[in-house]
Design a protein around this ligand. Sequence first.
Ligand SMILES: [Zn+2]
Length: 85
Amino acid sequence: MDMNTIRCNLCSSPMEITKILKHNKMFGIVFIVIGIFLSISLAGILLGIMFLVVGIIMCTKKKEIWYCSSCKTIINRVDRVNNAP
Ligand SMILES: [Zn+2]
């Protein structure tokens, strides 16, 4: 058995790693639309670009989660950055 697989707390099925969007995509789209409108006027172009960048990040940034295909349970994966060998 794969050492990286964990079992679901509720139905003890093996869970799989899935990537989902980290942020709400609707917010990202709203930011992009605001950014486009601000960029139309010369005065708002800097602010518009900032909104555009934030919106694109929100629409593309993903995180890894544990996903149980049996009961649809989702568990956030903790990034082990400071892992000692
Ligand atoms: Zn489950």
